[in-house]
Design a protein around this ligand. Structure first.
Ligand code: DC
Length: 225
């Protein structure tokens, strides 16, 4: 069966995962959140007391790491680390920092490449991350670069934190987003950038519903679905 691959890349906080999950549900595709895989590696490195900046030490430990994706009854992706469900733990702020550090290591990126490609061989997927259209699935049928201004992303993040009961001052959130953007776009290994053949979707001035409809329209136009 011919599978369809939709690659969605963009900076953190642009709403990639929420929009990609919604579009995958609309189309009956598998949604793959590759950030969760990097987060699982981050947790593994933290639990093993490794230095996330030491490429050689992390590379030597990788054979002991078995990250697996599975889906619950509502189609939500869960992450397993050597058989243990770590879906909640990988969202902790400390693990975000570990994930960011390990994702800059070439041996980690190489190790995860096949896992990601294998998923897209077996299923039609919407895969989101930072290098999906440029490195993981360069032949994807649809590539989208999903972004929003740092200001808007920080405003959305502040609202989310407030709703969760863990508010943070706006300037701090904005600074955090800007420094993550810098790290993601300036690292040597697979930096975040828009693929030449990617469609730019800037959601700064769009509501969630408008973004969802625009995303679906782009996918439908490109695939004839
Ligand atoms: O999207 P996220 O915040 O869950 O991603 C966690 C970290 O992994 C983030 O620092 C960026 C990195 N990442 C990456 O380098 N490549 C990907 N394809 C996905 C995520």
């Amino acid at each position: 069966m011919q599978t369809i691959r939709v690659a969605i890349d963009g900076p953190s906080g642009a709403g990639k995962s929420t929009l990609a999950r919604a579009a995958a549900a609309d189309l009956g595709f598998l949604y793959v959140d590759t950030g969760a895989i990097y987060r699982t590696v981050g947790l593994f490195v933290q639990e093993n007391g490794l230095d996330a900046g030491d490429a050689a030490a992390v590379a030597a430990a990788l054979p002991g790491l078995r990250p697996e994706l599975c889906y619950d009854g509502e189609g939500r992706q869960r992450m397993l680390l050597n058989g243990r469900d770590v879906s909640e733990e990988i969202r902790l702020p400390e693990i975000s920092r570990y994930a960011s550090a390990v994702s800059a290591l070439p041996p980690v990126r190489a190790y995860l490449l096949d896992t990601q490609r294998e998923l897209a061989r077996k299923h039609s997927v919407i895969m989101d991350g930072r290098d999906i259209g440029t490195v993981v699935l360069p032949d994807a049928e649809v590539k989208i670069f999903l972004t929003a201004s740092a200001q808007v992303r920080a405003e959305r993040r502040c609202r989310e934190l407030e709703e969760r009961g863990t508010p943070q001052p706006f300037p701090e959130v904005l600074r955090d987003i800007e420094s993550r953007d810098y790290r993601d776009t300036h690292r040597a290994a697979a930096p975040l950038r828009q693929a030449e053949d990617a469609v730019l979707l800037d959601t700064s001035a769009l509501s969630f519903q408008e973004s969802r409809e625009t995303l679906l329209r782009i996918i439908r136009e490109r695939t004839g679905l």
